[in-house]
Design a protein around this ligand. Structure first.
Ligand code: SF4
Length: 382
């Protein structure tokens, strides 16, 4: 008797395999020169400059979605408004791609007509478009760019001011303009979940740009990445470290269940410092909790609305629902189920749920769900 091989059913491929493969081929992913966007952590920047092996493949799905949105929006503003997008700037040290350069009238007049924007800016502006998740949107609106994001855009603007657009195919007509007198930097944040757009602008500050340059110099001067500080708190505590391609090189492997941060304690002086930090953290927490509790109590009967820089909202406070036991007994009887002699509410709820039937609920007399305060930054024109 011959046995016939059974072919296992073919598993559908993940759409993300294609997205990750395409992302790995993007010039930005293959670039080994320090990019302005790599300045998120000094040690990480040094790993890149020292050509260190990447030890960790991060989950890139959120970043890839951000790239898709980013590309779509930039391409549309190029087509509709004639904005200059994705332009390369470089010098001996750095290389970057500026999302948008808004040319002023005098500079755009120096370009061939077909390359001029539909509406010139009042001053030369470097713009960075950042997509952000709804989870951190309030923080973005309230506090604006992080120090690393600010550093990145300052470096872009400084490259434009010192060397102008890079001399590369596709932008030679821009390179011929020479150094560009950038006056303003702008962040254009876009919420990935709602599409909300939030702008923040700053005058170009040469002193801050020198500070950003100094940061890069310090990284370049280090003879090994380990000479530089870890700018983030490590795996499990910092999402930047969780997704860092040099995570294993930076944080030596520890036994399972042991936090990576234990390697930071070398002697009793480190222990004393960690304990002092813990006590200070607890004090800050206690004081923060006290402030919040008092403010929450004071606001308990305030109507929703905009007050100063913040928006007050409320949720909850609705009539509380409870299981309607008599209706449930009736339901059991209709379905020929055995009603326990002593009604066991939770067991009956479980039986109905397992059978795919709805659990009858009724409003609990005089009880309400907890009323929850919602405070968000006040939006313009709210
Ligand atoms: S793991 Fe964290 S601290 Fe270490 S290099 Fe990467 S981002 Fe910096």
């Amino acid at each position: 008797m011959t046995t016939q091989a059974i072919t296992p059913p073919r598993q559908p491929v993940s759409i993300w395999d294609a997205a990750h493969a395409a992302d790995a081929r993007r010039p930005r992913s293959r670039q080994r020169q320090l990019g302005a966007s790599d300045t998120i952590c000094s040690r990480r920047a040094a790993y890149i400059l020292h050509n260190a092996e990447r030890t960790h493949s991060a989950d890139m799905r959120a970043a890839i979605l951000g790239t898709y949105i980013h590309q779509g929006l930039l391409e549309d503003v190029r087509r509709e408004y004639g904005w200059l997008i994705e332009r390369t700037v470089t010098d001996d040290v750095l290389r970057g791609h500026i999302d948008v350069v808004q040319l002023d009238e005098a500079t755009s007049a120096r370009l061939p007509k077909r390359h001029r924007p539909a509406q010139p800016a009042d001053v030369m502006t470097v713009e960075d478009v950042k997509t952000k998740s709804g989870r951190i949107w309030d923080r973005v609106v309230r506090y604006g760019p992080t120090a690393a994001e600010m550093r990145q855009v300052l470096l872009y603007a400084d490259l434009l001011r010192t060397t102008g657009f890079a001399d590369v195919p596709g932008q030679r007509y821009l390179h011929r303009l020479g150094p560009i007198d950038v006056q303003r930097i702008r962040f254009r944040f876009v919420c990935r979940d709602t599409g909300e757009e939030h702008l923040q602008e700053f005058d170009f500050d040469p002193w801050l740009a020198s500070e950003a340059r100094w940061w890069v110099e310090r990284v370049r001067e280090a003879s090994s990445p380990e000479e530089l500080p870890r700018d983030h708190d490590g795996p499990g505590l910092s999402v930047i470290c969780d997704n860092c391609p040099f995570r294993e090189a930076c944080w030596p492997v520890v036994p399972p269940g042991v936090p990576a941060q234990t390697i930071l304690i070398r002697d009793d002086a480190d222990r004393a410092q960690a304990l002092a930090d813990y006590v200070r953290g607890h004090e800050l927490y206690r004081e923060g909790k006290r402030l919040k509790e008092k403010a929450r109590a004071m606001l308990a009967d305030s109507p929703e609305g905009r007050y100063g820089d913040n928006e007050l909202g409320w949720s909850g406070g609705n009539p509380k629902q409870e299981v309607d036991v008599p209706a449930m007994v009736e339901k059991f009887e209709d379905a020929d189920l055995v009603v326990p002699m002593l009604p066991d509410t939770q067991a009956m709820v479980d039986v109905l749920r397992r059978a795919g039937m709805t659990v009858p609920m009724r409003t609990a007399a005089g009880q309400k769900t907890p009323r929850t305060i919602k405070i968000s930054p006040a939006r313009p024109n709210a």
